[in-house]
Write a protein that binds this ligand. Structure first.
Ligand code: G
Ligand code: G
Ligand code: NA
Ligand code: MN
Length: 254
């Protein structure tokens, strides 16, 4: 079977699933939101990482279909958790750079929110800087539409792209997610602590929320707390978990 037909089959036969990883507030200890991360469970190959199949889906022209599946599934899950009484305010989803300027992202999001009776303020959309590079104007229009729904916009993998910092003031961005590669080298490696510290200060000055990604060690968490970084995500607090495992984690954590 060609990759194209395998991927199409996977969409049709529901071989994708979402895993969930919480974001922890470093001052209150609360869980602020949960990020949905897609996985492909191939009957023969087992779990395939999105790092492999997202680029493939982009090449095959199927990324919007996959993103839309993720949007639907994540909103449906959020509604189910809310109905079951969990007190998590937001769910975050990743959207491919291609999708922001093509397709009808805001319309799809609006329809899905309506379908499940969810407020836009319950949703965060994570995008990478590459989403804005080729089509700045279209990106801005699309982001404004999402903002009108109440959706928060997070800039993912911040610090690893090539784009200008001016995006932060020209586009309606709410959250900076500091890339895990910086966090991996704090507090020891000279230069990195200063970069992280500068990003946190800049985010505060611009009134952006800031999230440290890939927090694995207690020393990293303590360093971030000292800097006043609001939010952390990483294996130290919780790995991405299947829906069932996440529910177990959450009920024990509560
Ligand atoms: O969860 P993991 O570390 O395996 O994710 C690898 C990469 O795939 C990350 O860059 C992540 O942002 C991306 N990714 C995970 N889930 C999704 C998704 O639902 N849609 C898109 N477009 N990218 C995702
Ligand atoms: O591109 P994005 O930031 O969405 O990718 C997030 C990816 O990082 C997910 O695939 C998730 O599995 C992974 N991840 C989450 N926490 C940690 C961590 O503490 N350490 C490492 N190495 N990876 C992490
Ligand atoms: Na992300
Ligand atoms: Mn990231």
């Amino acid at each position: 079977l060609s990759m194209l037909s395998r991927f199409q089959n996977a969409l049709e036969y529901d071989e994708f699933e979402l895993h969930y990883q919480p974001l922890e507030c470093l001052s209150s200890g609360q869980i602020l939101s949960v990020e949905a991360l897609v996985r492909w469970r191939d009957p023969n190959l087992g779990m395939i990482s999105p790092a492999h199949f997202i680029p493939l889906a982009e090449e095959l022209g199927l990324i919007i279909k996959l993103d839309n599946w993720v949007i639907d599934k994540a909103c449906k899950q959020f509604k189910a958790w809310r109905d079951a009484g969990t007190n998590i305010h937001r769910i975050a989803i990743n959207v491919s750079a291609q999708h922001l300027c093509q397709g009808n992202l805001a319309e799809t999001v609006a329809q899905t929110l309506e379908k499940y009776g969810i407020d836009g303020r319950n949703l965060e959309i994570e995008l990478t800087e590459s989403s804005f590079v080729s089509n700045f104007h279209e990106a801005k229009v699309a982001l404004k539409r999402l903002k009108m729904l109440g959706v928060s916009i997070a800039l993912d993998d911040f610090g690893t792209g090539y784009s200008a910092l001016s995006y932060l003031t020209k586009l309606p961005i709410d959250i900076l997610k500091i890339d895990a590669s910086f966090i991996a080298k704090i507090p020891d490696e000279y230069g990195n602590s200063e970069i992280v510290s500068a990003i946190v200060a800049m985010a505060k000055a611009l009134n952006l929320r800031v999230v440290a990604e890939g927090v694995e060690k207690v020393e990293q968490k303590q360093f971030l707390q000292k800097l006043g970084c609001h939010t952390s995500q990483g294996y130290l607090f919780c790995k991405p978990l299947s829906a069932d495992d996440w529910e177990r984690f959450y009920s024990q954590w509560k």
